[in-house]
Design a protein around this ligand. Structure first.
Ligand SMILES: Cc1cc2nc3c(=O)[nH]c(=O)nc-3n(C[C@H](O)[C@H](O)[C@H](O)COP(=O)(O)OP(=O)(O)OC[C@H]3O[C@@H](n4cnc5c(N)ncnc54)[C@H](O)[C@@H]3O)c2cc1C
Length: 441
């Protein structure tokens, strides 16, 4: 099989891989960078499966910085550069019980947002009832609600700077910008079967690398041949372990299945009224709504989908939803019984407008979770890992990509959009300087 050599190979052309390839090429104009993916086009895997929403409302100042700067960059792309991302500031609304709002974790979350200048406001029950007449805030005497461990809504925590967008457009933006400046045509339908771990220096002895030799990754072996590079960027999302495990690098990442169910409002006046909820945003639509978590801690959420005149429903289920080592094909299908038995009963209790509503379609994908729910960006053994976005990779993609590029260039700090800075190794495994996150949906 053939063998080719590049300066950098970026494996994975999701939003994180395309953004990383772009910043690497922009700031290292002479380098020959190959972007490749086993799909037939960029942005076809989990980037296309997401709920396509972005928020700066995190409890960790690390995530606040990564998301706030990335979201502002998206606004810049759309408003200043004129590249349509379908970016719409619908806002995020967490519905909370009295107990939740007063809990230590929510109080700390609000305190940290205030300290970082992340805007939010708290609505009380009366204000919520006026704004959202379809919201049920009274479960008194409701035995089903009690059985389901549902909490009554007393407050709403709202972030007006949160938005929805079309992530495939964001991928298109980075991909087009990358192609304008790159020296190497991106390649698709190329499957990386293993990382090329070799002795450093090579002695060309049979059976090397031996334990006493230094080793590094010198590229990738693919189904189309061997591709060599000084640096291999791994932006393979929920499949990180497929390539890192065989060479003994512990990614510390695990995949978890997440699903979206699509409900159309057309022909259903109560759902149309809910969709057209006024008072939260300029679109005069319902915001991204997160219901109080119940039972084993899974928060059901829904977001408006204005182009489809409908809603996307999801849930960040926790205990009971298995972790996997890598994402499998089974991840890609929405489970109808999961919607029927787990999501629908909760959704229709809080918003009776959903009564009788059934999904017209559904899909699934994988989150790539890190232990502290903060991304990983590190360069070790010739591999630059950009991963672990923990379910919020679209909203962190610009910052993660800029950090990866700064690390590659050996810069002590990465400059994020708007001029804010972060140490380049802050997201590394060895010199990690992050605040763990606990607001994970
Ligand atoms: C249901 C759901 C809802 C979500 N909602 C949101 C949300 O609202 N907001 C948000 O910010 N994030 C959300 N996410 C998370 C978000 O989708 C991810 O964090 C983000 O897409 C990660 O980007 P990525 O580029 O790492 O991954 P991907 O888009 O999965 O890209 C990885 C790429 O690597 C390629 N690849 C993997 N292995 C190989 C190999 N061996 N050889 C060649 N190519 C390979 C894949 O084909 C793929 O294209 C959601 C995810 C899911 C599943």
């Amino acid at each position: 099989m053939s063998e080719e050599t590049f300066d950098i190979i970026v494996v994975g052309a999701g939003v994180i891989g395309t953004a990383t390839a772009y910043y690497l090429q922009k700031n290292n104009p002479d380098k020959r960078i190959l972007l490749l993916d086993r799909q037939s086009a960029p942005g076809q895997a989990n980037t296309a499966m997401s709920a396509a929403a972005v928020r700066n409302m995190f409890a960790s100042s690390t995530n606040q910085l990564l998301t706030d700067t990335s979201i502002k960059h998206m606004e810049h792309i759309q408003n200043e550069e004129g590249f349509e991302l379908m970016f719409e500031k619908v806002g995020y609304l967490w519905l909370l019980s009295e107990e939740q709002l007063n809990s230590d974790s929510v109080q700390l979350w609000m305190k940290r947002m205030k300290a970082s200048g992340v805007h939010y406001r708290v609505y009380n029950k009366q204000e919520l009832n006026e704004l959202m007449p379809g919201l049920n805030t009274d479960f008194s005497g409701d035995e089903d609600a009690e059985l389901m461990n549902l909490r009554e809504v007393s407050y709403g925590l709202f972030g007006a700077d949160c938005a929805v967008l079309d992530p495939t457009r964001l991928v298109d933006y980075y991909f087009e910008e990358f192609k304008k400046i790159s020296h190497v045509k991106p390649r698709f339908n190329v499957n990386v079967t293993r990382l090329l771990l070799e002795a450093d220096p090579k002695l060309d002895l049979p059976g090397e690398p031996f334990v006493w030799q230094y080793k590094r990754v010198n590229g990738v072996v693919t189904d189309k041949g061997t591709l060599r590079a000084e640096t291999t960027v791994l932006a393979t999302g929920a499949w990180a372990n497929e390539l890192l495990d065989p060479i003994g690098m512990d990614s510390r990442l695990k995949a978890k299945k997440r699903q979206i169910f699509v409900i159309h409002a057309e022909g259903n006046q109560r759902l149309l009224d809910l969709l057209e909820t006024k008072g939260f945003n300029e679109m005069n639509c319902v915001p991204f709504v997160i219901l109080p978590s119940a039972g084993a801690g899974g928060a059901v959420y829904f977001r408006p989908q204005l182009q489809e005149k409908g809603f996307w429903i999801g849930c960040g289920d926790k205990l009971g939803r298995a972790y996997h080592y890598v994402q499998t094909d089974e991840f890609n299908t929405g489970e109808t019984t999961y919607y029927e038995n787990s999501l629908y009963p909760v959704l229709s209790k809080y918003f009776p407008a959903f009564e009788g509503a059934r999904p017209v379609s559904s899909w699934g994908g994988g989150y790539s979770y890190s232990p502290d729910a903060i991304p990983h960006v590190y360069l070790e053994n010739g591999v630059l890992v950009v991963n672990g976005a923990s379910g919020s990779g679209i909203m962190k993609s610009d910052a993660m990509a800029r950090i990866a590029d700064a690390l590659y260039r050996g810069e002590p700090e990465a400059e994020l959009f708007g001029g804010k800075k972060i140490p380049s190794d802050a997201l590394s495994l060895k010199h990690r300087q992050v605040e763990p996150e606990n607001v994970v949906i």
